[in-house]
Design a protein around this ligand. Sequence first.
Ligand SMILES: [Zn+2]
Ligand SMILES: [Zn+2]
Length: 213
Amino acid sequence: MTILFLPGKGYDCNMYLVEGSDPILVDTGTGQHFHSILKSIANLVPIEKLRTIVLTHRHYDHVGGASALMKKLGAKVFIHELDAEVVGNGDSWGTMSSMFNQSVDAIDAAPIKAGHVFHTGDHSLKVLHTPGHSIGSICLYDETTKDLISGDTVFLGGVGRWDLPSGDFEALVRSVRLLNDLEVKSIFPGHGPCCLGNGNEQIAEALSYLGES
Ligand SMILES: [Zn+2]
Ligand SMILES: [Zn+2]
């Protein structure tokens, strides 16, 4: 499987395109760079094939562009069931859009749970529920290639904040432990650089950052 990296500009999160006959877009940024993102996507995959958008969690920097992209592409948007209501209501506090002095469009996202599998054609991405940064945060894991799209749960050398609405330190520790039990080669995080090859070392570092080793 090839995971194509669309680095976030400004406050946008990183976005990823997972290739295949049914490509998947993971996260959408704030929506403030909608046109350039759409152009980048069209340069990487046949745009008419992109029908699936997966949101790693509820925050504005990940979901702000979802409504416009969904309409433009005719795509279906998915989010964990515990973050679905907040984005469905366009809740400015729950999505943290108020922190950016922005509003967010209500997103009619289909709720998913742990264990849901997205198929791109040749490969499959399994949904791992990894609460802590938000209650409905997920990671996407390819059991064949051992690649992990980690959202804001794990970054290189750290973890996402747990002090925002629905964040939970103990849950985050449990989530990072869950990731630590997997074999992980590459990590594709919601912010900052990707890690190609030594994923488990990065997860161990994230655990020690949390005071767990
Ligand atoms: Zn983020
Ligand atoms: Zn976040």
